[in-house]
Design a protein around this ligand. Sequence first.
Ligand SMILES: N[C@@H](CCC(=O)N[C@@H](CS)C(=O)NCC(=O)O)C(=O)O
Length: 310
Amino acid sequence: MKPVQLYTAGTPNGQKVSIMLEEIKALNPSFEYETHAIDMSKNQQKEDWFLKMNPNGRIPTILDPNNTATDAEGFPVMESLAIMLYLEKKYDDKHVFSWSDSDPKGENYRNQVLQVTIFPHIHSANHSISTPVPRMLTPFLLSPLTSSSTPLQWCSWQMAGQGPMQGQANHFRMQAVGDSKNVVPYGIKRYHDETVRLYSVLEAGLEGREYLVGDGKGKYSLADMLTFPWALWYRFAGIKHEEVGPNVKAWIERIRARPAVQKGLEVPSKSELLKKLDDVSRQTRRREKERERERERERERERERERERR
Ligand SMILES: N[C@@H](CCC(=O)N[C@@H](CS)C(=O)NCC(=O)O)C(=O)O
């Protein structure tokens, strides 16, 4: 087997794919991949050689030299979800990170997938619509029939909701500030609030569960791999610690504990920003504990005063 070629940069979209490649490698030691770091500050993703593989000129992109059915050099895949579905089909044949197509109820699942998949696009296209996504998703999340469609639902939610919205929140906060005269407060607030709303959807989806999809507490799947890197970077988009619920935070830690995830996060290189985010998280946790201790001391003082009064 030849190594799959990965073209990436240290961003959440890139990390989705490097995490999946590391997970596949952990399953199958004969599987290999090679990384090509793309320097986005030099716009390498817009160079001709790159556009031949990915006409959209964005990372991540893979080229699979083991698949020469349509091109002797290999099969190029763009778009993180398409890449992950491709990798899953080709290199996770035991469906460790997904569910089998041979399920007799598969056609129903696919139909449900289509119903829900189209829906989130409405809200990214039309900002005047306030979407009842939790209500739409609830019957599917609760149904025991949906274990193979729910990964796609969550994947669509990620691709059409969390990724674009948090990406815009991030853009307005981190990149648009340089052109401050053009910054529109409405835009900043719009994307921030929408991202916070999406985190509440994620929080509800994780209620009583360890992973997004599957029976019982769920099974770690590509839906988690796809959603996790963005969730990990929430601070980068200006989402505050207290705007993210406890289920999401616990899920982030659970996934981050996986060795393949740790390796995948360091592709193409160790991120200084991620280290800074970690430091901020540690400081916040410390401050939260201090505040909790102070509240406990205040409660104790109150009890003491109550005793003295009696
Ligand atoms: N929907 C795409 C988004 C890819 C994307 O936005 N990539 C960004 C980095 S995270 C990029 O390549 N930006 C450079 C550019 O737009 O030129 C996916 O999921 O793969």
